[in-house]
Write a protein that binds this ligand. Structure first.
Ligand code: NAD
Length: 254
């Protein structure tokens, strides 16, 4: 009898690009991929912050480079990616929130959030996929979406609009590129303690709302996302595409 063997959770010899890698979930994703053996290119707007992260990662013998990238500048992003060796793995973690009631939403806040969370992720994903398609290579493209891509939330109309859009484009791209072996998925975290959410956690009424809704009874930490990133990036998830992996402590189950 031939026993089935667990597919590899390793990424040795693979190249990964992570946006928003200077902080929070992006930094954790970069660490997870590098620890799984990938060469990771850390991208964000500030090279200073990225250099600090890169030197700490190199001290652990992890293989990294840095890349200054503003994902809202889609023309520059496309040109940069077209000029680089292809990436086997992409994690779109650059993101922002401008939380307010729907009635108080300004047009400039709406445009800023959509410009990064949707448009930025969209055109970077396309640029990375184009290189893979040119070379006839497979790949795994991961969008850090949110539980708010599946449900609504207080003061979150703009943010929810952006993450529901990320869920939609993920499915459409997964269909388009499936036969080419390019997989596209989302990870949907609940509230994770990072600089993005610190202000929300600092408000007692919001913290109570969060703790009440997370069925496992605790808020998230960036480490909670790392296994999901490795799973979706590797052969372990070879038949998974167009999917949303909820890492939400049960928020959307209730
Ligand atoms: P964070 O603020 O710690 O990190 C965001 C990163 O994005 C930073 O490195 C920042 O420099 C980068 N960034 C912002 N604008 C950019 C731009 N124009 N170009 C390039 N980089 C840019 O936030 P985080 O909590 O780690 O969030 C990462 C992602 O996870 C976001 O997409 C966010 O919506 C999503 N998310 C976060 C939570 C949470 O609770 N923290 C929950 C669900 C989803």
């Amino acid at each position: 009898m031939t026993l089935p063997r667990t597919p590899s959770f390793r990424l040795d010899g693979k190249r990964a690009l992570v946006t928003g890698a200077s902080s929070g979930i992006g930094l954790a994703s970069a660490m997870a991929l590098a620890e799984a053996g990938a060469h990771v290119v850390l991208a964000a707007r500030s090279l200073d912050k990225l250099e600090g992260v890169a030197s700490e990662m190199r001290a652990l013998n992890l293989s990294v480079d840095v890349l200054a990238m503003d994902v809202s500048d889609t023309a520059a992003v496309s040109a940069t990616i077209a000029s680089m060796p292809a990436f086997d793995v992409l994690v779109n973690s650059a993101g922002m929130a401008k939380n307010s009631s729907a009635i108080e939403t300004t047009e400039s806040n709406f445009d800023a959030v959509q410009g990064i969370n949707v448009k930025g992720a969209y055109f970077l994903t396309v640029a990375v996929a184009k290189r893979l398609i040119e070379l006839g290579q497979p790949g795994s493209l991961i969008n850090i979406s949110s539980q708010m891509g599946h449900v609504g939330g207080i003061d979150r109309a703009v943010y929810c609009a952006s993450k529901h859009a990320v869920e939609g484009m993920t499915k459409a791209m997964a269909i388009e590129w499936g036969r080419l072996g390019i997989r596209v998925n989302t990870i949907c975290p609940t509230f994770i303690l990072t600089p993005l959410t610190q202000a929300t956690f600092d408000q007692p009424d919001k913290l109570a709302w969060i703790e009440e809704n997370i069925k496992l009874g605790r808020v998230g930490r960036v480490e909670d996302i790392m296994g999901a990133v490795v799973y979706l990036a590797t052969e372990a998830s070879a038949l998974v595409t167009g999917s949303a992996l909820m890492v939400d402590g049960g928020w959307t189950a209730g």
